[in-house]
Design a protein around this ligand. Structure first.
Ligand code: HEM
Length: 170
């Protein structure tokens, strides 16, 4: 029977080997995760985080509303909104919530649903397209990459049916 000290040192050596193997396996796993951007170890940042979060969305919405206000194709729709500073800042705040949400931000949209907000306004497809174009140009000017604009586009275009068609029904 070996002396107690020898048993301990033998067990310790085995333990070290096991821990060493475990550490190597973990290292291999972590570096494998690093190879795959879609893996759990390296989640892609949201567009919200990528472009600077809330402050950036506020800047983008300001620029967007200014562009719409200067757009003769659609600015008549916003005449009353533009003339009332409280109404204008409330409108901008709702847009910030909405755009931030599309980009993966934590903001929660607190405005009316799109059908109620645009009912009886008489928004047609041309007006809708003009506004979407203004939004795309604003995002481009703000330095948002084309691929990211393309990723956001379906969220925006999906609202056409609520804003154009059903909005004009009684
Ligand atoms: C994807 C397209 C659009 C989005 C995301 C959008 C978003 C919004 C939001 C969030 C509001 C505020 C709702 C609330 O007060 O609770 C709103 C209101 C309004 N929208 Fe739109 N909208 C879109 C298209 C349009 C178009 C095409 C027009 C006209 C050309 C338009 C004209 C208005 C007007 C006049 C208001 C009322 C603003 C006010 O409160 O004074 N919208 N929209």
């Amino acid at each position: 029977m070996p002396a107690p000290g020898r048993v301990h040192s033998h067990t310790r050596r085995r333990l070290h080997r096991t821990l060493g193997a475990l550490a190597l396996a973990m290292l291999a796993f972590v570096s494998a995760c690093g190879d795959d951007p879609a893996s759990v170890g390296t989640p892609a940042p949201s567009l919200y985080d990528k472009y600077g979060g809330h402050a950036t969305v506020v800047v983008v919405v300001d620029a967007f509303v200014a562009r719409v206000a200067a757009d003769a194709r659609i600015n008549a729709f916003f005449a009353e909104t533009a003339a009332d500073s409280v109404r204008l800042s409330r409108f901008k705040a709702r847009l910030v919530e909405q755009v931030a949400g599309w980009m993966g931000g934590p903001e929660v949209y607190t405005g009316r649903d799109m059908v109620s907000a645009h009912r009886f306004m008489g928004v047609d497809d041309r007006a809708f397209d003009a506004l979407v174009q203004d939004l795309v140009l604003t995002l481009r000017d703000a330095g948002v990459e084309e691929a990211d604009i393309a990723a956001l586009a379906p969220r925006v275009l999906a609202l056409r049916g609520d804003i154009v068609v059903r909005a004009n029904l009684p």
